[in-house]
Ligand binder design. Sequence first.
Ligand code: FAD
Ligand code: NA7
Length: 475
Amino acid sequence: MNPQFQYDIFVIGGGSGGLTVVDEAQKLGKRVGLADYIKPSPHGTQWGTGGTCPNVGCIPKKLMHMTALIGEIRHELTATGWQGVDPHSKHNWNTLVNEVQRQVKGINKGNDDWLVTTNGITYYNKLGKLKDDHTIELIDKDGQSEFVTAEYIVIAVGSRPSFPTDIPNVKQLTITSDDLFSLKNAPGKTLVVGASYVALECAGFLTGLGYDVTVMVRSILLRGFDQEIAERIGEFMKISGTKFIRGTIPSSIEDVDGKRLVKWVLNGQEQTDVFDTVLLAIGRSADTQNLGLEQVGVETNKESGKIIANDADSTSVSNIFAIGDCVQGRLELTPTAIMCGKRLIKRLYQNGNQIMEYSDVSTTVFTPLEYGCVGYSEEAATKKFGKENLKIFTSEFTPLFWNFANRKGTCYSKLIVKKEDDVVIGFHYLGPDAAEVTQGFGVVIKLKAKKSDLDNVVGIHPSVAEELVQMQTWK
Ligand code: FAD
Ligand code: NA7
C-alpha cells in the first residue's frame, strides 16, 4: 500500500467491468474507490447501480424477449389441450414494464447494499473526471467537487446510444434502448432504425408483444455476423410479422400531433409513414467526453472517442487502465468486461500473466429465433483461410415441439471446419435456447475440437442440440 495515495485503486464507472475490478480488489484487502454516475437520457430516463447490463441492456432485454417467447407458447398450450388460454389475447405493456423494473430494482438493491456495507469499498454516486495521473475530481449532481487520489485508476465508463447528427431534434423525437425498458406508455406502431443486434432484438420482442414494427436497415443485417444466418434471422422475423425497409435511413423525423412523421428516400423516391415511436439503435459511442482524458494524456481514437489500451489494458498513461465498452477494439459484451476486470486485478496484485482473449467468445443474439455462435463466420473464415481450404457443414431442422401448433420457419446450424487439420473454427446455431446450446459448444471450440471429435459424440435424443453432433451434409 502506498500511503501517498488515498486509494490503492480507483474505478470510474460501476458497470460490468468496473464492479468486477472493485470486487476483486476489495477481496485482496485493497483500499478501493468507485465513482458511478448515470447521466440521464435526453428524455430524462435514469437508473440505478450496476451499469448498462442490468438496467438498460442484457437483463431487461432478455426479460422482454422471454415475455415475447412466452406469448408464442400460447399456441402450443391451446394445441395441447390447456384450457382457458386465448392465443390471441392482448399483452399489457405496463404490467411488463413494472415487472421488469421490479427485477431491475432488485439487482440495484443488491449492488447498493454490497457497495455500502463492504469493508474497503468507498462508493461515490458522482461523476469522475481525471485531474492528473493520480487525482480524480468527483462532481455531484449539484456541481460540487471533491478530489481523491489513487495509485492505479481504472476507467470503465461504458458506452451510450449514438444519434445521427443530420436530423433536427432527433434526440427529442426518438427513443433508444436507454428509454425502452422503462417506457411508461406502450410503444405502439414502432419504427426501429438500425440493423445490428440491439435493433433486431428489440424489433423481435416488440413484434412478439403484438406491436406493428418496421425495421429500417441502412445496408446489411447484423454486420460482423455470418451473413447467411443473418438473412435467415430476417426471414424468420418477417414470418413472425416484423416488416423491413432495406437500403435506406430516415431523412427527416417530425412531430405531428404527438406522432412521428418519418420520411426516407428509396430508389430515388421519397416515402413517408407515421409511427407512434421511433426507436434508434444505430450503435453506441464511448462515454468518454468530459473525462479529462486529453489533459492527462490518455490517448483516444479521435473519431469514436474510444480509449486506446494495449493487451494488458494499459492506456498511454502507465498507471491508468481502461476496460469494457469504452475501449477500442473490444467485444462489447458483459462477460468480456467481467473477465477482463478479473484478469487485470490478478496481473496487478497476484503476479497473474493472463491477458483477456477476445477470440472464440460465445455469444447469442436474442431474436425471435435465437442465434448462438462461436468463432469464425463463413465470410471471415473464407477471407482468412480461402474457400477451398474449408468444409462447411449445414443442417436444417424443426424442433419437435414446433409441430404442436405447426410453427412456420426452420432452424439451421453450421459448422466451419478447416480441411487441413479437421479443427472446427466456426459454430453457428439458429434455434430455440441458443444461449444454452452455444455455451457448451464454446468450450468445444476453445479446446480446438475436430469435426471427428464431434462425430464421436452420441447425441441426446430427442433434442435440438443433437443436430450439432451429427452433421454430415457438406455445403
Ligand atoms: P457499463 O455497463 O456501460 O458501465 C459504465 C458505467 O459508468 C455506467 O453506470 C455509467 O453511467 C458510468 N459512467 C459513465 N461515465 C462516468 C463518469 N464520468 N463518472 C462516473 N460514472 C460514469 N451484453 C451481453 O453480454 N449480452 C447481452 O445480451 C447484451 N445485451 C445488450 C442489450 C442492450 C440493449 C445493450 C445496450 C447492451 C447489451 N449488452 C449485452 C452489452 C453490455 O451491456 C455491455 O457490453 C456491458 O454493460 C459493458 O460494461 P462496461 O463495464 O464496459 O460499461
Ligand atoms: P452496432 O453493432 O454498432 O450497429 C449499428 C447498426 O446501426 C448497424 O446496423 C448500422 O448499419 C446501423 N447504423 C449506423 N449508423 C446509422 C445511421 N446513421 N442510420 C441508420 N442506421 C445506422 O450497434 P448496436 O446498437 O446494435 O450495438 C452496439 C453494441 O451495444 C453492441 O456491440 C452490443 O454489445 C451492445 P451498417 O451495417 O453500418 O450499415
